[in-house]
Design a protein around this ligand. Structure first.
Ligand code: PHE
Length: 441
């Protein structure tokens, strides 16, 4: 494997399709299937969905475009991209790098849970008390950690093989299978009795549920699910060919990601309502509530198995992109081989993953600011680092880099709107999100 030191040797996506599948794989993850439905369930259903779509289009699309633009223009990973603008901005790249270590620590633990559930359904071992099973499994000292490590190794195997042979191939194969499976399971959800209640919950807005928290939660969810704020899209954008139209790509990405989140809702809510279960069940929605549904429907085991394979695929393609951020960053920063960079980053993540995996059992009593290690990593990354990095990105691109119109579009009106949103609207909105995330407003 050649050492990818210079931009000249930098790998390129072999087609526009490969790029879309890779970015979709990066965006579509546990955030869409595990987090989106329960956050929506807790925040009033349809009102939340509406806010989520509006905020995605008018706010989150801007930093998303900025990330792709930065990567495409600099053709470097996140640390070197910032350094190319100004050596002093190196710290901003390192902040993204740190975020890309924090997120996998808890994300890969949940990825490991999905592997466990695949085995449980494969061997028909789901006990009748699903809630007790989940609590007992997550609290075990070894099993969740072992599955987390297995998940980490699986994610690392693809960047290890390279951008084209590993990352691109994985996404080209997994994403289409994922989409077909999702459509199939969503259709099953629709055929359950009383499914209409679930659809009403998703699509008929009840504005009495609308409040400030709904807006900010929807914004946070949109940023997380689009993978904005830690340089994933800078990294993937840096493998773009010069002629790629990033506006079109961003549009497709946003559309695809939103449709998939909505389909995930259609797969989950009709089933939840059909069995009179609680839509706002929180993080356990997918691991406790859905197994209850599977145990009650014909061929439930088959659908359960399919669902957890689907969840695993979603987590895997995002996990690959999470790892690629730090791998690409240190590979060019320290001029080491891709294989070496993969081993180093996986080992670092492994160390931090251990306390996260044990947070539900042996280490559940150890608290950082009253949170377990798992929750503290999630909180710091999602509520502080992601918004902070996004705010910095908007300032740097909007006020320092000031991208020329030709780089983006030939439509002057669009360019002016983009610039206005980037400079004056998005940063204050994001600052608000961050203060909210910290409990200050
Ligand atoms: N977007 C991913 C998801 O929805 C999570 C993620 C966040 C991935 C940030 C990369 C960077 O699950």
């Amino acid at each position: 494997m050649a050492i990818e030191r210079s931009a000249a040797k930098r790998p390129n996506w072999s087609s526009g399709f490969a790029f879309i599948m890779a970015t979709l794989g990066c965006a579509v993850g546990l955030g869409n299937i595990w987090r989106f439905p329960y956050v929506m369930g807790r925040n009033g259903g349809a009102v939340f969905l509406l806010m989520y779509i509006l905020l995605t289009v008018f706010i989150c699309s801007i930093p998303l475009l900025c990330e792709l633009l930065l990567g495409k223009q600099m053709r470097r990973g996140v640390i070197r991209s910032y350094e190319k603008i100004n050596q002093k901005f190196s710290i901003f790249g390192w902040l993204c790098f740190i975020t890309s270590i924090f997120i996998p620590c808890f994300y890969f633990v949940v990825g490991g849970w999905t592997i466990n559930y695949i085995f449980i359904y494969l061997f028909n071992q789901m006990p009748t008390d699903q809630a007790a099973y989940f609590a007992e499994f997550a609290a075990r000292p070894c099993l969740p950690l072992l599955f987390g490590i297995a998940f980490l190794i699986l994610c690392a195997a693809f960047p290890f093989r390279g951008v084209n042979k590993g990352i691109e191939k994985a996404n080209n194969i997994i994403m289409p299978i994922f989409i077909v499976m999702l459509i199939l399971l969503a259709a099953v959800g629709l055929f359950l009795p009383n499914s209409i209640e679930g659809l009403k919950f998703m699509f008929a807005p009840d504005f009495s549920k609308f409040n400030f928290t709904t807006i900010l939660t929807a914004l946070g969810q949109a940023l997380f699910t689009l993978s904005v704020g830690m340089g994933c899209l800078v990294t993937y954008g840096s493998y773009l060919k010069k002629d790629n139209d990033i506006i079109k790509s961003s549009g497709l990405l946003i559309l695809g990601n939103t449709i998939i989140a909505v389909l995930a809702g259609i797969m989950i809510f009709p089933a939840v309502f059909s069995f009179n279960l609680e839509p706002s069940a929180g993080a356990g929605l997918v691991f406790i509530t859905l197994p209850k549904v599977f145990s009650a429907i014909p061929f439930g085991n088959v659908f359960g198995l399919m669902f957890f394979i689907l969840l695993f695929f979603a987590a895997l393609t995002s996990g690959i992109s999470l790892l690629e951020v730090s791998i690409a960053a240190i590979l060019e920063k320290f001029k080491i081989s891709r294989k070496m960079a993969t081993v180093i980053m996986s080992s670092i993540i492994l160390v931090f993953m251990i306390p996260a995996a044990l947070s539900f059992g042996p280490l559940s009593g150890y608290k950082i600011f009253n949170m377990t290690f798992f929750d503290a990593m999630d909180f710091t990354a999602s509520n502080i680092l992601l918004p902070l990095n996004t705010i910095i990105l908007c300032f740097v691109v909007g006020w320092v880099l000031k991208p020329k119109m030709e780089l983006l579009t030939n439509n002057e009106k669009f360019y002016n709107v983009f610039n206005f949103l980037l400079k004056f609207i998005v940063p204050p909105v994001l600052i608000l999100l961050m203060l909210f995330g910290l409990g200050i407003v």
